[in-house]
Design a protein around this ligand. Structure first.
Ligand code: TGC
Ligand code: FAD
Length: 388
């Protein structure tokens, strides 16, 4: 049974609304995700049938105003939803992160009213699936070097280039794509499935996030209608603002994966006997468990505080980087230690730990790698950029 730790009574910091949302999403994860997720991951299948259900439970764009199909909730509510989804699987949280923070958010924040009304309600309900194209084959950590470009052809923009490692691109109806204009300025374009010259081949043979679809976006002379340009942002700060939102969600999401691993390891260690004693009675195993609950507690407080700052629009990008980096590394360490506590059983799909561990190897890389987030903190505290 899932019994997440709350060592510092963080629940008392949440509102009744937060708890209602958490219970609803937790119940949905128990019912819809847990029974199918191991098979989906083992067989490398994205459980696409869950997308509309995620729309129904309000997992897409919870902080987007209700006028556009969102739920108008606060940032802590968004974080709580992410924790619950990632307890199910990082792939499920990924789908919600991309849809909410990387597709709905830029259309809401940088789009005009026509674009908002055209796309946001469908994305909120899960009728439409979105993806976000920033990373390129030769530009991952340095998206400013992107080669994808568009030219003004009078009636339309002509887009050429490619994106790689794009969550949900093979099934996406809508893609928010970042490309340079003729002056070399990064702009956002909304692409739709079926546009001539747009293809999205799937990336296969992943050992991580096997229940998530990943693919490319290839633009071969795609004619993009002029009304599909996001009018209200110019420059790299456009996609980076979207990343702030997604990274924040991941800081909460990783706690869900960590809690599931810790909870599984604690229960197992109390039941499994060696040398005629529960393995939980051995000091070495207690050390692992005690450190896990300590780290989860610190991560909860970090995420909650960043959420409160975001509610007041006071969280800096560097604060969000710190929370993403700390919490994902925390979750990955807990997954590794939990796996050891289960011994051989830890490598099987009968328990969620190995799946979380493999997923977290992607989570520590996407949305800015662990190292990049360290350098963002380094830059913030010293004023000296160590990127180049
Ligand atoms: P730099 O010169 O530092 O910055 C360019 C402009 O952007 C501004 N800026 C930010 N604005 C808002 N939020 C942030 N976090 C920002 N960081 C920087 C900056 O002030 C500047 O503005 P202006 O007005 O002066 O032009 O940029 P740089 O070229 O030196 O690169 C540094 C940086 C920050 C881009 C790099 O460190 C970085 O973050 N790289 C990581 C790339 C990344 O995270 N890619 C993620 C791709 S999407 C993804 O992974 C989705 S996974 C989906 C899933 O969950 O499944
Ligand atoms: P690189 O940038 O090549 O980095 C390789 C290594 O070098 C890393 O360890 C990095 O930390 C290190 N490094 C790089 N620069 C420096 C430096 N200046 N100093 C020190 N070390 C450095 N992208 C999207 O746009 N949309 C998506 O939906 C999306 N989904 C993804 C889904 C998955 C499953 C994965 C794995 C990735 C996804 N990504 C997506 C891409 C992701 O954001 C990139 O993988 C990530 O930003 C890192 O880029 P890279 O893989 O090219 O690594």
């Amino acid at each position: 049974m899932y019994n997440p730790p709350d060592y510092y009574l963080v629940d008392e910091l949440l509102t009744d609304e937060h708890k209602i949302i958490r219970n609803a999403v937790r119940e949905w994860v128990n019912r819809a995700v847990i029974p199918i997720i191991d098979d989906a991951a083992q067989n490398h299948i994205f459980p696409q049938h869950l997308i509309k259900e995620m729309g129904e439970i309000g997992a897409f764009g919870p902080y987007i105003p209700e006028k556009y199909g969102g739920a108008g909730m606060d940032q802590v509510a968004y974080g709580i939803i992410m924790t619950e989804l990632e307890r199910g699987d990082s792939a499920i949280r990924s789908a919600a992160s991309v849809q909410s923070s990387l597709v709905m958010y830029p259309i809401y924040a940088f789009g005009n009213e026509e674009q908002r009304m055209k796309y946001l309600p469908g994305l909120a309900s899960g009728e439409l699936i979105g993806c976000f194209g920033l990373t390129e084959p030769n530009h991952g950590s340095d998206p400013g070097g992107m080669l994808t470009r568009f030219e003004d052809k009078g009636d339309y923009y002509l887009l050429n280039g490619s994106k790689m490692w794009i969550t949900n691109s093979p099934v996406a109806d809508v893609a928010v794509v970042w490309a340079k204009d003729e002056e070399g300025i990064v702009r956002g374009l909304i692409l739709e499935k079926g546009m001539k010259g747009l293809t999205a081949p799937e990336t296969l043979k992943k050992w991580s996030l096997r229940a998530s679809l990943t693919g490319e976006l290839v633009f071969d002379n795609v004619e993009v209608p002029k009304e599909n340009l996001l009018p209200n942002v110019k420059g790299l700060k456009g996609p980076l603002k979207c990343l702030n939102s997604a990274r924040y969600g991941i800081a909460w999401g990783a706690i869900g994966a960590a809690m599931d691993c810790y909870n599984t390891a604690l229960q197992y260690s109390l039941e499994r006997k060696q040398f005629n004693k529960p393995i939980a009675s051995f000091q070495l195993q207690q050390k692992k468990l005690a450190e896990m609950v300590t780290e989860i507690t610190k991560a909860q407080l970090l995420a909650w505080r960043v959420g409160m700052l975001r509610n007041d629009d006071r969280a800096t990008p560097a604060q969000i980087s710190m929370a993403k980096r700390n919490n994902v590394e925390m979750a990955l360490r807990i997954a590794r230690d939990s796996r050891q506590i289960l011994g051989a059983m830890g490598i099987t799909g009968d328990f969620p730990i190995m799946r979380h561990m493999m997923n977290l190897e992607s989570v520590i890389t996407y949305e800015g790698t662990h190292d990049i987030h360290l350098l963002i903190t380094g830059f913030d505290i010293t004023g000296i950029s160590a990127f180049e």
